[in-house]
Design a protein around this ligand. Sequence first.
Ligand SMILES: CC(=O)SCCNC(=O)CCNC(=O)[C@H](O)C(C)(C)COP(=O)(O)OP(=O)(O)OC[C@H]1O[C@@H](n2cnc3c(N)ncnc32)[C@H](O)[C@@H]1OP(=O)(O)O
Length: 401
Amino acid sequence: MQTQLAAYKCDTNEAICLKLVRTAEDLVDEETTFKPEFSHQLFENETVFGYKELQIRLYYSACRLTTLLQVKFASTVADRFKGIEQDDVEGKIKEFIPLGYCTGADDFLALLSKDATFKPFGELIHLYTQPCRENDQEYTYVIYKADMTCPGFREYHARLQTFLLWYIETASYIDVDDDKWNYFLLFENFEHDGVPHYAIVGYMTVYNYYAYPDKIRPRISQMLVLPPFQGQTHGAHLLEAVHKFFIADADVLDITAEDPSESFTRLRDFVDTKMCCQLPSFATEHLSQGFGSEMISEAQQKLKINKKQARRVYEIRRLGVTDPSNTEKYRLYRIDVKRRLNMPFQKNSREIAKMRRFLKPEELDCQLQQLDIKQQQDWLEKEFQEVVTQYRRTLERLAIA
Ligand SMILES: CC(=O)SCCNC(=O)CCNC(=O)[C@H](O)C(C)(C)COP(=O)(O)OP(=O)(O)OC[C@H]1O[C@@H](n2cnc3c(N)ncnc32)[C@H](O)[C@@H]1OP(=O)(O)O
């Protein structure tokens, strides 16, 4: 019985099929389907029970994001085992997508033609062209800054943010009534039947935090480039354009990021290092002298890059000019990076000195056992090797950019 029931367990990362539809043909073209990376926010353990050959279709028109939801399956557990019920998949999805979606393909296709009249919201802040990977044709990409006062944007954003659930592990919907949110949207401008269309490529939300005494510290909260467009430099364009937008704002102190993912960290290292290459304080001749206050102030004032990130950029730049076969130079680099990595342990040492004054000898012994020196050294070496690997990857990308 258990084995027979297990056959009705479905992996939701596999069952969910996402699509950005431009033409009626896309609807039936398997090639244009993409899958979520996560679905745990809706489905516990990323599974549902009760279906065979389950397919949860969540298709969007490429421009307006008109939505089609269909749940298809070959059979349910109830068909075979009386009294056992399947999970309510449709009900769960409905909790997370805004009302107004279609359930029939004909209704969806009838609305698809409305994509031709869709125009991006807000003000254009950046434009670039790039050849398309598939057909080598030159496409134009536009980045707009929108806000909730733009007619129709509130509803559009409600549809757009549903993608976050599938690609950002800890994503949550934001409070759109808070006017401290900035929205940056990236579109591909393509022609269909001689009419210009704007298909969504990705977007970013940024929150204007307060910085003492009279500044703003924008924090990147959610950045998403939709899977069909990932790995084609759109993320780099979007991040750089947002930086440049804030550079022009005298009220902005610097930019931070909330809970950055690994791929975002790599992207940010690349973009920030590329921008800092133009700053005199990051010139090759200054790098061997260490991370200086000039670097901190120039990165902050000219590029709105915060101190922690400026330090990473310095380490990446210095690695790039340090010949690993020059033992002495590489040793100095390693010491410099390890000194930064060691900061939390140095704080610990200060705490030990304090403990010596206040703890009884047996209590102190117990505390010190937790701070094994050898373990610290091993940890430092491992961390150092990891950051160097990440930095080399950034340097390789910079070399071909
Ligand atoms: C604070 C936060 O928001 S954290 C959450 C960040 N968001 C996510 O993690 C959601 C899922 N991921 C995404 O949305 C995207 O992958 C992003 C935003 C992280 C990056 O956007 P992308 O458009 O893919 O970035 P971009 O194309 O510039 O670079 C991505 C990779 O493609 C590679 N790449 C870019 N163009 C090319 C090319 N023409 N040929 C080969 N490789 C390329 C880059 O080198 C980079 O490689 P790496 O990740 O190994 O360093």
